[in-house]
Write a protein that binds this ligand. Structure first.
Ligand code: SAM
Length: 393
């Protein structure tokens, strides 16, 4: 049998058993709310639950057990996300399975794939299995959706009067920075449905299409390098891989990922290490706080006990405006805080845009709008955003 070397063993057996139970529950939830309505993920969930209990397939249980013991930093729904994405990566980039995802709406196909990937002889792991184990050991979700960054453009439009004509921008948890590249290259955000009356739709659409000068466009991430293929495997649900209507946006995604890099600098930094650890990021802005500090879809990943430090770090980077867009809502008892969703795929979790104007000394969050999902096809602005945009004209 292969061992579990490389995984930290901080958990007692009892704790590991409880975490395994949570992982199984999250696998069932994946089948209940499959991202992008992907049938391949419903079948993946059923096949993985079966494989975990298959006495003739101990390798699968061992791999999963090692993953769970090693990634105590992650809550169960995010472990499940990472788990299916690692298999998706292997099928797309290592075994180059031309049948994926079309033939994977079937549990049996997954069961066979699990065996082919992990082992063809009991006790001996295949190279693909080792690659998978390493991904589960060290990788983080690197989902990129450039369209999310339309939210930054709207927030900057709402606070145009309080900001310089060409604000400096820093984004925490930028991953590959594709949304910031779209802003830096001044490529308009097209095709977003706006849920508002005609006048407001026109106003917001103009803002999304208008050029926006950014004096300093910096992103940072706790992950040092970027593997573009891992970013791609994380960024599409199986149903989206098959959807030919998305071909144009997939082409643009690849173009940003592999070619366009002007007007954007990516650095390393970790929000959970506290404001002082981000001095290098401030140095890249002549030692001054940025006009706008943003975090999109990154704070939800941070364990609850580190969230206060992470939020302080983010706010310390801004001299004027802080923008968060995430699966979150404003704390009903304390409007200076955001509460993040436990499971981003749960039907009641909403992907929303928030701002805080530090320049005013105001530490309450303002809700600017709600997206239809993290894919950002539709946006419903709040009255606060509309009023701000109307008065900034
Ligand atoms: C789901 S991706 C989102 C990427 C991009 N912001 C978007 O919305 O398309 C989350 C990113 O946050 C990064 N991240 C998570 N925790 C972080 C931390 N403590 N400090 C910096 N980056 C972090 C992850 O490495 C990952 O690249």
């Amino acid at each position: 049998m292969y061992g579990l070397a490389g995984f930290d063993k901080h958990l007692t057996d009892g704790e590991a058993a409880a975490d395994m139970q949570d992982f199984e529950t999250a696998l069932h939830e994946l089948a209940d709310h499959p991202p992008g309505n992907s049938q391949a993920l419903v079948s993946f969930s059923a096949a993985a639950v079966n494989a975990l209990h298959d006495e003739n397939f101990p390798e699968f249980r061992q791999l999963t057990d090692g993953f769970i013991r090693g990634r105590v930093d992650m809550v169960a729904p995010y472990k499940v996300q990472l788990f299916w994405r690692a298999f998706q990566y292997v099928l797309l980039e290592r075994t180059h399975d031309a049948q994926y995802p079309a033939a994977y709406g079937n549990e049996l196909t997954w069961q066979m794939a699990f065996r082919t990937i992990l082992t063809d002889r009991p006790g001996k792991m295949n190279p693909e299995g080792w690659a998978l184990k390493e991904m589960l050991d060290v990788n983080n979700n690197q989902t990129n959706e450039p369209r999310r960054y339309a939210g930054i453009k709207l927030a900057i439009a709402a606070y145009a009067r309080e900001l310089p004509a060409a604000p400096s921008l820093v984004d925490a948890g930028c991953s590959a920075g594709l949304g910031q590249i779209q802003i830096g290259e001044n490529i308009p955000f097209r095709g977003i449905q706006l849920e508002a009356g005609l006048e407001v739709r026109k106003l917001l659409r103009d803002r999304l299409m208008a050029k926006l000068a950014i004096s300093n466009n910096i992103g940072f991430d706790k992950v040092v390098g970027i593997d573009p293929k891992w970013v791609e495997a994380c960024s599409y649900y199986p149903s989206e891989l098959e959807d030919t209507k998305l071909n144009q946006s997939k082409r643009r995604f690849r173009e940003f990922l592999y070619r366009r890099r002007r007007n954007f600098v990516r650095l390393h930094g970790d929000l959970t290490e506290g404001p002082d650890s981000l001095d290098d990021i401030i140095d890249r802005n002549q030692g001054q706080p940025y006009d706008v500090a943003t975090a999109l879809t990154s704070l939800y990943e941070i364990p609850k006990d580190q969230l206060a430090v992470a939020t302080d770090s983010l706010e310390s980077l801004s001299g004027k405006l802080v923008v968060v867009q995430d699966f979150a809502e404003i704390d009903k008892h304390d409007p200076t805080k955001l509460v993040f969703a436990e499971d981003i795929y749960a039907p009641d979790s909403k992907y929303q845009l928030f701002s805080k104007l530090k320049a005013n000394g105001d530490d309450h969050w303002t809700h600017l709008g709600t997206w239809s999902s993290g894919r950002c096809a539709r946006f419903k602005p709040t009255d606060a955003l509309i009023e701000r945009c109307l008065t900034q004209k």
